[in-house]
Design a protein. Sequence first.
Length: 602
Amino acid sequence: MSKKTDQHKDKINTETWLKFIKLAAPRKRLIISLIVVLIIVAILESISPIMVRYAINHFIKYNITDGLIVYSIIYLAIVVAISFGTKSWLKLSGRIETEMSYNIRKKGFEHLQNLSFSFYDRMPVGWILSRMINDVTRLCETISFGIIDFVWGGFTIIVILAAMLIMDFKLALIAAAAVPIIIAITIYFQKRMLRTQREIRRLNSEITGEFNEGIMGARTTKTLLREKENELEFFATAEKMNCRSIEASRMAAYFLPAVSIIGMIVAALILVLGGEAYTQNLIEIGTIYALFTYTLHLWDPIRQVAGVFRELQAAQAAAERVITLLNEPVEITDSAEVLKKYGAQDGAGEQPWPKIKGTIEFRNVTFSYVDGEPILENFNLTIEAGQTVAIVGETGAGKTTLVNLACRFYEPQQGQILIDGYDIQDLPQVWLYHNLGYVLQTPHLFNATIADNIRYGRLDASESEIKNAAKFVCADDFIEKLENGYATLAGEGGSKLSTGEKQLISFARAIIADPAIFIFDEATSSIDTETEKQIQDAIENILLNRTALIIAHRLSTVKNADLIIVLKNGKIIEQGSHIELIKAKGEYFNLYTGQFTIDTNI
Ligand SMILES: Nc1ncnc2c1ncn2[C@@H]1O[C@H](COP(=O)(O)OP(=O)(O)O)[C@@H](O)[C@H]1O
Ligand SMILES: [Mg+2]
């Protein structure tokens, strides 16, 4: 994904973050509660030096203990309140974080389901997953910690400076003057540290890549005598990474002392000037103590606040990626007119959904996946209702493309695909999927029971309907023989099902909705002879009274078809029945006599 890889901008883009927060939509109530709790905690935490100041000025200086108990109780109450506050902001921020990632993932999931196939051609699934899992986790964490650090840090700074200014205006100004200097130093170092960190991350992924290549390509490397060169390349990258890592530690090593030194200087100035004022009876000793403590505590919140900006900067690219993904336009949608006319459900629009008979027509269809590389040009084909059409042809001929278009997974650049004379773009997508049963070449079973996998075809199907569907496609026998019958787990988690068995289950899933059109990309290989027979019987049952478009690899399927289309480079080069085509001694004859090893791609 070279065009999408991390393009970092150093400025914080408020718009991006606002957009992200809007997508994540945490409840305002939670955020406001968090902010209020943080402000209270910041204030309470900053009270301590004032309390000590009071103790010194009143109890210690005059050596009295009257009122010490009340004082202690107040002090204790503050400490308890702080610990309660801390507990509740931790809880609140955790809830905000979870809520945000849940909301974004939910939106993402819904959106990803709606996106067209062409989107998935451009975006590798791994890339999408990484956005939705890693980026979202990191961003939500960044935001919830960002709120904490920013509000807590910001208020602590304000409270400390205010308290100092009230206590002693002149001395407080010294501290206040140092604040911008510390901020400047922090920003300077953080910017540089961020840059080296990014560089380190980039080099790290480069190293991983080279490592991977070194392992995966070991055999090739050895035979081509490239070991030495690969090694040198790897070492060079590793060396660069080493240098950058050292640089990063050095920067960190300079940063803290630099801030500390300035802090110390300010603290020392306060002690010296405060001491002088004390000798002239202008200031009390407790106040000097409080000012001194505040000065020492002022730098940490500054670093926290600066850290928020650094984190936002670092995560900005990720935020942009997630936003782009969630805003990716859905290419194939029902137009406003279609929705108005037919509605998203039958009966919801001005007109009822048309009853399907099942004629499919490709009319002057021109289609390309990639601009300028047409797969089909002015393609015409009509399949009558109830007819079974088998499509044969070598790999890359365009068979799957035809199916993709008929299912409206893609839309043609020119021409139309019509069902019963209606352009499918003029009908709701849901209408099409209600009337269409589609079985993929490599059937996908979900990580659920077999019954649920079949039910996926029609969610309100009853147990007996599921069983009937399975019987209809000759899958009942083998399912009943499984350890837990229909309750056996299929899919990634549980299955020890063969490809053929999976195919039978996906037949049942496709047929349970009783579609008028059946589309089937036949599996090429690895079907044992026993299931082969069952599949054959199943197909025969399914095809009865249905329009079918079948990409056929097995001779038995092809032979029984009403019409056989031989496709080559997106063009129909022969068509007819099995007998006719054999007699013609053309391409079909060659394919047929060549043992029908037409398409070996999966
Ligand atoms: N998603 C896609 N993006 C770009 N090109 C594709 C895509 N799918 C298929 N093609 C190309 O379209 C042509 C026809 O492919 P396809 O319809 O899958 O053929 P078949 O199913 O007959 O093997 C091939 O040249 C293939 O490389
Ligand atoms: Mg194919």
